[in-house]
Design a protein around this ligand. Structure first.
Ligand code: SAM
Length: 219
């Protein structure tokens, strides 16, 4: 597909205050998130090739999980994340090709990459189905999408009520993030050849941040 002849999809609103807050927040929270999510990340991101595409890399929480000498195409529309991400890539010796684009429209050619990764991003993109269709489009047959997400709790549970309660302030603070998405269902219905998903709960005071899913989808 020729993705160069039309203007890129712009589905992210730059916000000077929230953008900077989120860059600082995810930078500061990185050790905590790594403590809690690190074991899953090590499993899901195991044996990545040297060339990887990441959706919404933020300030680089996943760089430590890339192979030594990796090259990363970072699809990150939030300009406030860019300086931190560039610095983190330099510090880790990762070659970074940073693109201010949406996960729904990476601008990469069809069937051109072997691995796409993301963590805590499908909860935030405006249209997860469009982002997943884009992942499938750019992956080569046999390529993999490795993901970690927080998802909607079961209806009728206290956690689901908490997710409902914080809906608006959470979305405002975290730039569109929703705790009420069935992202396992979204990945399973995105047309991948095979999907493996683990569902789990973290021990965290951030109640709406549970449950979570970690998995791999093969093209
Ligand atoms: C919760 S943060 C997670 C950052 C990082 N992946 C991590 O695990 O720390 C969500 C990230 O998704 C990015 N994002 C938001 N909308 C996006 C979109 N439409 N396409 C790609 N990334 C997006 C945000 O800028 C942010 O970096």
């Amino acid at each position: 597909m020729d993705t160069t002849s039309r203007p890129p999809v712009v589905d992210f609103e730059q916000h000077p205050l929230r953008g900077r807050f989120n860059a600082a927040f995810f930078g500061a929270m990185e050790p905590v998130l790594e403590r809690d999510l690190g074991p899953r990340k090590r499993r899901v991101f195991a044996d990545l090739p040297r060339d990887v595409v990441e959706l919404g890399p933020g300030v680089g929480a996943n760089l430590r999980h890339l192979p030594p000498g990796a090259s990363l195409i970072g699809i990150e529309p939030n300009r406030a994340m860019h300086a931190g991400l560039r610095a983190a890539a330099r510090a880790r010796g990762i070659t970074l090709d940073l693109r201010e684009r949406s996960a729904a429209d990476t601008g990469l050619p069809d069937a051109s990459v072997d691995a796409v990764i993301s963590s805590l991003v499908l909860c935030t993109v405006p249209d997860p189905a469009a982002a997943l269709a884009e992942v499938r489009r750019i992956l080569r047959p046999g390529g993999s999408f490795r993901f970690i997400e927080h998802v909607a709790a079961d209806p009728g549970t206290a956690t689901r009520a908490a997710q409902r309660l914080v809906r608006r302030p959470w979305a405002w603070t975290f730039e569109g993030c929703s705790c009420e998405r069935d992202l396992e269902g979204a990945v399973r219905s995105a047309g991948f050849a095979a999907v493996e998903v683990e569902r789990y709960r973290l021990r965290t005071p951030f109640v709406p941040f549970n449950p979570q899913v970690a998995g791999v989808a093969w093209r």
